[in-house]
Each structure stands twice: as structure tokens, then as C-alpha cells.
Design a protein around this ligand. Structure first.
Ligand SMILES: *Cc1c(COP(=O)(O)O)cnc(C)c1O
Length: 418
């Protein structure tokens, strides 16, 4: 059963201090999970988690992950600036971009980040940098379908990311000629893979290709980047990934494929986003309207601007009505926001306890790809973010937007009065 981080009584106190809607994050949960991940990969001395900044760029949360030993994975110049501001430097930054503007490569290079090349045509941009990076990573797309024991997980052939196998060989040769001395290999094949088998199967594939590329080109490999994609149980019936089993599965592939080839020095790294933060964030909203037409609606003060996943992916997010966890779930509601868009629904036909206006509604697993995907459609303003500290106190770590923030980038006619 999924539970809110705090009791209904404590949640009412917090909501009295910070008006809803807001995302609430659990510092203890974040730290414990990061420590479990590091434990699962402790067998690999070079292991590093590069947290995918796009999942949640809040500087306070990034600093917590930094304290737990994580680096950052950035994809844009702005994310690089954020990493720089927080003191991430050199190989603590992975730059996994695609369709990259040259100035972003320049910035990544100035920071000493590991550049993870998405395409063979990027090689000529690397040649134009002020100096040639000593170490580079390459992004692989094996095409076809990616099959793990329980069936097809995804179809890389449909994904815009990464290079073909032949392009990998071409890129390694061209970069080695330019002066790159060490290589890494990366692939992101499945998103939200909530199985213990995904990383071990991906690792096996990447380790084999590293071995081939090393034998074929003579290039030195020092890194395998398993990227992100580990899933979380959004639905209460789903089981969480067992991270110790995942680490052990990757280790087995490492021992079977890399060690016998004399490649046991390779560092295994990850770029997890969802797995690091999603379960440790909850969107807290108030029920402000009840509407009965052909269906029963509960209207919240939050909307898809605060959490887009249900609207764009029809994603399930569990909902708890604070203080009514044990009440009979004998009502069926559509729980919706107020955007003028019919996909602005956090839940459709959801069994819940009777909801009164003023009830606090907790939407679970919003810590990653939640606030960060927010937008300003309909003039809706992005919500605040509040951190539940390990001592139980709370801290506002991002204020809610104001209309002034929304107007700030617009040009108004002289006669306008704001
Ligand atoms: C989005 C992304 C990640 C993180 O993905 P999660 O599903 O949040 O783990 C990691 N690496 C790259 C290159 C990405 O685009």
C-alpha cells in the first residue's frame, strides 16, 4: 500500500504554511535509496550515478544527491550551467545530448564533462573544439526490438537516439585519429523498466559490443554507461525493482564478458532519474470542486501544469485522500485539473473514498518528471516545491510562480497596465 510521507494531521499543518498545490519531497527516502544504489554497485570501484537533471533540476535536491556521491547527467547548456553553479566539475558531469548546438559542446568541454556523442556526424564538431577531449562516450542504438526474458520491452529502431553498430566503429576510429585516448559506450533502450532483468540484459549487450570494438579497433575502453530507465512501481500492485539483484546481475555479466577479455578495469556508470527521485515526491493538492454530469468529477487546485504524465502518457499515479486511507473506497471519480483540455485528468474512473471539498489529495510518485515537465498553458503557474527534511521539518525549496513571472518575458504595448 502506498502511503503519504507524513500523517494527515502533519500534512494539514504543512498545507497551512505553504498553500497547495506543491510537490513535497522526502529527504530521508532520497538518501536511503541513493545509498542502496551505491551498495548494489560497490563491486565496481569506478561506479558513479550521474543523476539525470531533466528529471528534477531543483538545486537543493541536486545538492543532496551530490552529498550522496552522485554526479549529474546534463543534456542542454542550461542544465550544464546549473551543474556548474552547484560545483559539479570535470568527470562529475556526463553530457548526454542529442541534436546538440555547438555552443553546448563548447560549454561541456570547458567544464571538462564527459561528452556522450549521440551521432557520428557529431565527430566533426568535436574536431572543432579548442582541444580534443581525452575521454569520450558513444551512444549506441542496436535497432530492432529489445527483448528481455519476459518479452519485447521496447523498439530501439523507432528511437531517434544513438548510432548504429557500423557507425560506432566509424566514430571510434575517427575520434582515435583526432586524439581521443579513452572510450565509453552508452545505450538507453527502455524507459520505466520496472524489472530486475533490464540492466543486466543491457549490460550484457554493451559489454559484448565494447569487447568487439576493442578487438576490432584497438581502442582503449574505460567506461560503460547503462544510462537511465530503471522503473518504479507507480501502481500499488507492482513490485519495486530489487536493486541488489540488479547490481549482482550486472556484475555477473561483467565477470563473464569483460573480465576474461582483460577489460576488468572498466567503470560501470548509470544516469538514473526516475529511480532516484520519483517515489520520494508527492504532489499535494486540495479538492476545490465537485461536479456531477455523466460522470463524477473532483476538481483539484493542481492541474497537468504540475504533473503532465497522466495527460501525455496516460500514466497511472496513485492517489490517497489524506486521513481517509482506511475509509471504504466506494466512490468512482475522475480526478481532474482545471485546464481547458480534456486530457487534464490525474485519474479516470478511480475508486476512492468519498471526497469533501477541502480534502487534501496526495498524488504519489511525482519526484521525477513531475514539476520539471511543468508548463504555463492557460496561464497556469508552476507550483512550489517543499522539502521534508530528515528531522521532520519542512523547507520551501522553490516558490510558486507568480503572474509577474509569467509576464516577465513578454513585450507589452506601452498602454498596458500591469
Ligand atoms: C531521460 C534520460 C535519463 C533518465 O531517464 P529515467 O527514465 O528518468 O531514468 C538518462 N539518460 C538520458 C540520456 C536520458 O535522456
Amino acid at each position: 500500500m502506498k502511503r503519504p510521507f507524513v500523517s494527515a494531521q502533519r500534512l494539514r499543518q504543512i498545507a497551512a504554511e505553504y498553500p497547495t498545490p506543491f510537490h513535497l519531497y522526502d529527504e530521508q527516502g532520497i538518501r536511503d535509496n541513493a545509498r542502496r544504489l551505491h551498495q548494489a554497485f560497490a563491486w565496481n570501484p569506478g561506479f558513479r550515478e550521474y543523476f539525470a537533471v531533466k528529471a528534477n533540476p531543483n538545486p537543493v535536491l541536486l545538492s543532496i544527491l551530490q552529498e550522496e556521491g552522485c554526479g549529474v547527467d546534463c543534456a542542454t547548456g542550461t542544465e550544464l550551467l546549473l551543474a556548474e553553479a552547484l560545483g559539479f566539475r570535470g568527470e562529475e558531469i556526463m553530457f548526454s545530448s542529442n541534436m546538440t548546438p555547438f555552443q553546448d559542446f563548447l560549454l561541456a568541454h570547458r567544464l571538462g564533462a564527459i561528452i556522450n556523442l549521440d551521432d557520428v556526424t557529431d565527430v566533426e564538431f568535436i574536431a572543432s573544439l579548442p582541444s580534443i577531449p581525452k575521454k569520450m562516450c558513444l551512444r549506441y542504438n542496436p535497432g530492432g526490438s529489445f527483448v528481455v526474458s519476459n518479452g519485447i520491452m521496447d523498439t530501439p529502431a523507432e528511437a531517434k537516439f544513438g548510432m548504429t553498430r557500423a557507425q560506432l566503429s566509424e566514430a571510434v576510429r575517427a575520434l582515435a585519429k583526432l586524439g581521443v585516448e579513452e572510450f565509453g559506450l552508452h545505450a538507453f533502450l527502455v524507459s520505466n523498466a520496472a524489472t530486475n532483468g533490464y540492466y543486466p540484459a543491457l549490460a550484457r549487450l554493451l559489454f559484448q559490443v565494447v569487447r568487439e570494438l576493442h578487438e576490432e579497433t584497438g581502442a582503449r575502453f574505460s567506461l560503460v554507461n547503462l544510462s537511465g530507465g530503471l522503473g518504479i512501481p507507480y501502481h500499488p500492485d507492482q513490485k519495486p525493482v530489487e536493486i541488489m539483484a540488479v547490481g549482482a546481475g550486472v556484475q555477473k555479466a561483467f565477470d563473464e564478458i569483460l573480465v576474461p577479455a582483460g577489460l576488468g578495469h572498466i567503470a560501470v556508470v548509470t544516469e538514473l532519474g526516475r529511480f532516484m527521485l520519483a517515489p520520494y515526491g508527492q504532489l499535494i493538492a486540495t479538492a476545490i470542486r465537485r461536479k456531477e454530469t455523466y460522470k463524477s468529477y473532483i476538481g483539484l487546485d493542481a492541474c497537468a501544469a504540475d504533473l503532465m504524465r497522466p495527460a501525455i502518457y496516460k500514466a497511472y499515479h496513485h492517489i490517497t485522500v489524506a486521513g481517509k486511507e482506511e475509509h471504504p473506497h466506494d466512490h468512482v471519480y475522475d480526478v481532474v485539473g482545471g485546464l481547458c483540455e480534456n486530457n487534464d485528468k490525474f485519474a479516470v474512473d478511480r475508486r476512492l473514498p468519498a471526497i469533501e471539498l477541502g480534502d487534501l489529495v496526495v498524488i504519489h510518485d511525482t519526484g521525477a518528471h513531475g514539476h520539471s515537465m511543468g508548463y504555463n498553458y492557460n496561464g497556469r503557474l508552476r507550483s512550489a516545491e517543499v522539502l521534508l527534511r530528515t528531522d521532520g521539518s519542512t523547507e520551501l525549496i522553490r516558490r510558486a510562480e507568480t503572474p509577474e513571472d509569467y509576464f516577465a518575458t513578454m513585450k507589452f504595448p506601452q498602454s498596458a497596465r500591469l
